[in-house]
Every structure is written in structure tokens, then in C-alpha cells.
Design a protein around this ligand. Structure first.
Ligand SMILES: NC(=[NH2+])NCCC[C@H](N)C(=O)O
Length: 428
């Protein structure tokens, strides 16, 4: 029996995975920003503080059981045998094309158990290692600064896998620079106790002949147990979408409504443009999801029924979602009505909110116009520091947004939703 249970976007959050960033952020050199999918370099201490506030809010106000990725990786490293650890190093080396001599050094670090404990090794796998001053000509001209690259996007744990109902699907990230995250997560599932408690599928490769499955949790949104939105685009490919649909068709019990959303390249993740903050309220980036503009997304509705051929139809996302849910939806514009502000606040993760329970959400404080739209609808806007000093006021408040200072975190290009992977939510 899987202890995973996530069948809606807004059910009360009980258990979640996060990764509070550390030294890996300080390893990002300005010359490598784009390679690391950041829009600026981040100040490690500031980003850590912002993230730790998020963790505190989840734990102290909402009593969420929060698991830290690094602690799980340490557990997996301490409970795996030497051969498994060497296989992990070889996996990293093959994946990232490490120099032979760097692979040997890395293997040596893993073999020297007397010197290197699990916490050192976990840190090494996340933070990476600089080449140092003895750069070769080829490393120098290729800006290759690392013996082992850092994984600075690990804080966006949402993208490590897709969690649907009681199952977790671990695919590859389409960006090579993030694939070690998938490898480490799979290692955790194989060797730490969490892997025994949950049902998970290794979807990194279907078989030798098929194309890799690029699947990221930021492209999966589940408004209801039988309604699923899947973002298809640069970060989640057709192999992943087709495989998911085939899988659901085999396991589902009721009719299932899927919406395959064709994301243009400028939108890497569906959760950057749409979040469900309660069963009937969504915050959306208007140009992408409303009407038919050059920016709007194309959507295919797929109705799955057991024993029948899937029924498909091209639809308007919000109209069709509304009629499938069978109740009017309030679509709250990220950035308000001005198009420049909409784009600015989309940039700041204004449409990528984390819902902790219906009507209780977490946002950065910079998308002020989005917050203003929420306030017009009766949401109380409270800064995280104030909320933490009076948690009871939040528990008794029906609709509220807790705002985090996200100055550093936004520059890594992900909103609060992407910082948290829900593992257990109550039903709605
Ligand atoms: N689900 C998300 N919105 N994830 C945000 C990820 C941001 C990260 N820099 C990347 O591009 O991969």
C-alpha cells in the first residue's frame, strides 16, 4: 500500500518534500547562468533564509511533515552498500561525461569510508567541486570550471517526479543540467526507507529503442481525482504524455478527463502560468490561458473510459475545465489587468502559488498586483514573519495568502509551487 496520496491541488497538505538550497548556489558562475537555467546569480545566505521561512511556515503554521532531500540522500548513502555507491558515481559520470581522472577522484571519495561520511558525500553530489587553479587549456576555453558540476536547481523539487494519486513517476528532466537530480532521487527511492513506503515507477527509459521520457512535476496539475492537466512542451515530451495516458487508461477506475496543454517554448512549466488555489479558484497568466491570442495555448481534451477508445476534442482550456468541473470557476489574473504587469508578475512566479489548504496559499511578496486581485476577493495578505508570530490567526482565517520574501529565489525562475513536492494531501 502506497503512503502517497495526492489527488487534488488544494486538499490540506500533510506531508511534503523540499530542498533548502546551500553551497550549490554559490557555485553558479555568472558566465554559466544560462546553462544553469537561472536569470541571475543568487546570494546563498539570502536564498537559504527565504527558503527556511517557507519551511517554517509549513511546519509551524500548517503542521506539515516536511522531508528534506539532503537528509534522505544521507540516509540512502548510509544504507546502501559500496557497490551501489560506485554505480551511482558511474551513473553521474556517464550522464555528465566527466573526465576519466575526475571520475577516479570521485570514486575514491566514495570508497574512502573512513574519511568521508554520508553527509560529506551528499554535499559533494549536490554542491559539486571546482576544478581549481590547474585548469587545462580545453577546460579554460570551454568555461569548464567544475570537476563536478553543482545542481543549483535542486530546490525546485516539484520537478523531480510527477505524483498522481498514489503513484510517483520518475522520468528525466529534459535539461541535462538537471538530470543528476533525477538520478539522486531514484537512488533515494531505491535505498532510503521512503522508497519502500510509496509506489513509484522508474520512467527514465521505456526500453532501449524508445526515446527518453522527459517528465517534470511542474507540468502536472490535478484539480480533482479524475481531472488531470498535463503540460506538453520543452520540458515534458510526447513520450511522457503518451506513456502517462496509456498508464492511466490501464489503472483508472472511473472516467478520467485529461487536458493536454501545448505549451509554447517560452513557458517551460504549466505551473508557471496556472495554479489552483481552491477547488473553484485559479490564478492564471492571462495571455497564456485566456481567449485566442498569439500567446495562448492549444488544448486537447482526452476522455478516458475503461474498455473504450479515448475520446479527443480540441477545446478552450478554461471553458472546458469549467464544464468538466460543473461549477463556475473564478480565474484570477496574475498581474491584474495591465499586460506589462502581467508579464512582470508571471516572471516573479505570480501564477505559481502553493496551496496549503483550500483558500490558504503561499506566494512571494513581489507580485503585488496579483496579491491585490486576491485581496479584492476577500483574501487576507499576511507576511510570513507576522504569520509566524501569530499562527492561530492564520488557522482561524478562512482565506489568506502568506507572503514570503522571494527576492533571491525568484531569480532562479521558480514560484512557491515548484519549491514543494506534496506527498500527502487530504481529499477535497
Ligand atoms: N515547476 C517549475 N515551475 N519549476 C521551476 C524550475 C526553474 C528552474 N530554473 C528550471 O528552469 O528548471
Amino acid at each position: 500500500m502506497s503512503s502517497l496520496q495526492v489527488s487534488s491541488e488544494s486538499g490540506v497538505l500533510r506531508k511534503a518534500l523540499v530542498h533548502t538550497p546551500g553551497g550549490e548556489l554559490s557555485m553558479v558562475a555568472p558566465s554559466r547562468l544560462r546553462d544553469f537555467l537561472f536569470s541571475d546569480i543568487l546570494y546563498e545566505k539570502g536564498a537559504r533564509e527565504e527558503h527556511l521561512t517557507l519551511v517554517k511556515v509549513l511546519r509551524e503554521i500548517f503542521n506539515v511533515e516536511v522531508l528534506q532531500f539532503t537528509a534522505l540522500l544521507e540516509e540512502a548513502l548510509s544504507s546502501s552498500d559500496p557497490l551501489d555507491k560506485l554505480r551511482l558515481v558511474e551513473g553521474v559520470s556517464d550522464l555528465e561525461g566527466l573526465h576519466a581522472e575526475d571520475t577516479i577522484k570521485l570514486k575514491a571519495a566514495f570508497e574512502d569510508e573512513s574519511q568521508n561520511d554520508a553527509s560529506y558525500l551528499a554535499r559533494l553530489l549536490i554542491t559539486g567541486k571546482l576544478v581549481g587553479s590547474d585548469l587545462s587549456i580545453s577546460d579554460f576555453i570551454r568555461h569548464n570550471l567544475y570537476q563536478l558540476q553543482p545542481v543549483p536547481n535542486l530546490m525546485f523539487v516539484r520537478d523531480l517526479a510527477a505524483v498522481i494519486g498514489q503513484e510517483m513517476f520518475v522520468g528525466w528532466n529534459s535539461q541535462k543540467v538537471r538530470r543528476r537530480e533525477n538520478l539522486l532521487w531514484r537512488f533515494i527511492l531505491q535505498h532510503a526507507s521512503i522508497g519502500q513506503d510509496i509506489t513509484w515507477h522508474n520512467w527514465m527509459m521505456e526500453d532501449e529503442n524508445s526515446s527518453p521520457c522527459y517528465l517534470e512535476g511542474g507540468n502536472i496539475l490535478q484539480p480533482r481525482p479524475n481531472i488531470l492537466l498535463i503540460g506538453h512542451g520543452v520540458r515534458t515530451n510526447s513520450s511522457a504524455v503518451e506513456r502517462l495516458i496509456r498508464h492511466l487508461q490501464n489503472v483508472m477506475e472511473d472516467t478520467c478527463y485529461l487536458f493536454v496543454i501545448m505549451l509554447p517554448d517560452y513557458i517551460p512549466h504549466l505551473d508557471a502560468v496556472l495554479s489552483a488555489i481552491s477547488p473553484f479558484e485559479y490564478v492564471a497568466f492571462p495571455p497564456a490561458v485566456k481567449g485566442h491570442s498569439q500567446y495562448s495555448v492549444d488544448v486537447l481534451q482526452v476522455v478516458l473510459q475503461q474498455g473504450k477508445q479515448p475520446k479527443t476534442q480540441v477545446v478552450d482550456l478554461l471553458d472546458s475545465l469549467q464544464s468538466t468541473i460543473g461549477e463556475p470557476l473564478d480565474i484570477i489574473p496574475c498581474g491584474g489587468s495591465d499586460t506589462v504587469t502581467q508579464k512582470r508578475e508571471y516572471w516573479w512566479g505570480g501564477a505559481s502559488l502553493l496551496t496549503v489548504s483550500p483558500g490558504k496559499i503561499i506566494s512571494y511578496n513581489s507580485p503585488e498586483n496579483t496579491l491585490n486581485e486576491l485581496s479584492k476577493r476577500g483574501y487576507k495578505i499576511i507576511q510570513a514573519t507576522d504569520a509566524l508570530s501569530n499562527p492561530d490567526s492564520i488557522r482561524s482565517c478562512e482565506r489568506c495568502v502568506i507572503t514570503l520574501r522571494g527576492l533571491e529565489l525568484t531569480r532562479a525562475r521558480g514560484g512557491p509551487r515548484s519549491l514543494v513536492m506534496p506527498l500527502v494531501r487530504e481529499g477535497v
